[in-house]
Design a protein around this ligand. Structure first.
Ligand SMILES: [Zn+2]
Length: 68
């Protein structure tokens, strides 16, 4: 029931890895009605509507805001 929170520049793990197979990790590069994430393996950027992103995200791996 715990809702995962996420923010700009956070590193997240998606349920499916990118077809490049280099990484399951993505960085959030845009927050809005649509969420844009960049593959940490190959640099490809994809965009999801927010509700779809939340369905496909597994967990937040690293929070940009709590790093310092
Ligand atoms: Zn990739």
């Amino acid at each position: 029931m715990l809702k995962e929170t996420y923010d700009l520049n956070d590193i997240v793990e998606m349920k499916k890895e990118h077809p490049c197979h280099k990484s399951k990790l993505w960085q959030i590069t845009r927050m809005g009605a649509d969420i844009k994430i960049r593959c940490q393996g190959c640099g490809a950027v994809i965009m999801f509507p927010r509700h779809e992103f939340e369905k496909k995200m597994k967990k937040v791996v690293q929070r940009a805001s709590s790093e310092e």
